[in-house]
Design a protein around this ligand. Structure first.
Ligand code: DAH
Length: 328
């Protein structure tokens, strides 16, 4: 009879642990063909008085059944969440994956190392603009228009006659224009040339050096650069000053070092350009070449880093491949 439903359902629901089982129970009693539904359908055969008596009872039992099922449903949900939470518990005693540290880029390391050496020699550091005028990049350095030396440098030209500096040498002119001798400076920075292969990138880095005073000689130039090479590459390295040509120095030289490659065989490697400041450059900044002489040099940071670390492709510096960068 109707009084039997609730105790029976309460009994059965104790055995239920999943949503599926609960759905089955629900349809067993309340579904279209459910037991309780069948019972309620049977009241249509009763007399009017009986219907009036049974109706409210049936309704309240049905509500009670629905309530029991809804409660069970929340219980199942709650247990599922508790289970998930307990499985996801963080074990604070597990060893960590470790923190990845960044490192200073090899080009910055090399640049800082070079700057440090020259600081110890008493040079001061100045930086200058990457967007230059034709005057500073070429004209004042004795590279007039139509001069064949302009072909050596594939220039990126900008609007209004400006350009991206092709070397750090314009800093020689800027520093001399703004100061009186004695001058003893280096100037690191980015330079740009329209050129790209395993040893060239459109942007690269140089460090310029300039020393102007009374009685500066080629001997001073050799002494400073030999000492620099021995400090930078370490130990006893043979150097040779090979005659060369730059419009802004006279005489000019390229400095080669004797370098052992991986197989152990020795080769001469060109590392930088240098020379005595050309009197024409002094003229353009208003210095008297009767009173002063100067030495100058310019080196490529990428080139020095490639020699020092045995890197064969300049593009490694710019690919940000951690496997490459972590070696430094
Ligand atoms: N500016 C030259 C270049 O980019 C390098 C250079 C050569 C700089 C001789 C100098 C120098 O100061 O004296 O190729």
């Amino acid at each position: 009879m109707i009084n039997e439903f609730l105790p029976k359902i309460k009994e059965e629901i104790l055995q239920i642990h999943t949503e599926n089982e609960l759905m089955n129970l629900k349809s067993k009693y309340l579904g279209k063909k459910g037991e309780f539904t069948a019972f309620t359908n049977s009241i249509k055969d009763l007399s009017i008085e009986e219907k009036k008596k049974q109706g409210p009872v049936i309704n309240s039992v049905k509500k009670e059944i629905e309530l029991i099922i809804a409660d069970k449903f929340s219980e199942i949900k709650r247990l599922a969440i508790d289970k998930k939470l307990s499985e996801e518990k963080i074990d604070v005693s597990l060893p960590s994956k470790g923190v990845g540290y960044g490192s200073i880029h090899p080009l910055s390391q090399v640049s800082e190392e070079i700057v440090d050496i020259f600081l110890k020699f008493g040079f001061e550091v100045f930086e200058g603009p990457e967007i230059e005028s034709d005057h500073y990049n070429f004209e004042a350095l004795n590279i007039p228009r139509d001069h064949p030396a302009r072909d050596m440098q594939d220039t990126f030209y900008l609007e209004k006659g400006e350009l991206l500096r092709t070397h750090t040498s314009p800093m020689q002119v800027r520093i001399m224009e703004a100061n009186e001798p004695p001058i003893k400076i280096i100037s690191p920075g980015k330079v740009y040339r329209c050129d790209s292969d395993v040893t060239h990138t459109p942007m690269f880095h140089q460090i310029e050096g300039l020393l102007v005073d009374k009685n500066v000689t080629f001997g001073n130039l050799k002494g400073i650069l030999n000492e620099f090479i021995s400090r930078f590459f370490g130990g006893d390295i043979k150097t040779r000053f090979r005659p060369s040509y730059f419009p802004f120095t006279e005489p000019s030289a390229e400095l080669d070092i004797e370098w052992k490659d991986k197989s152990g065989s020795k080769t001469w490697m060109e590392v930088l350009g240098c020379g005595m400041v050309n009197p024409k450059v002094f003229d353009s900044v208003g210095y008297s070449s009767d009173d002063f002489t100067g030495l100058a040099f310019g080196m490529g940071i990428e080139r020095l880093a490639m020699i020092k670390f045995g890197i064969t492709d300049i593009r490694y510096f710019y690919q940000n491949d951690l496997k490459f960068l972590k070696q430094f």
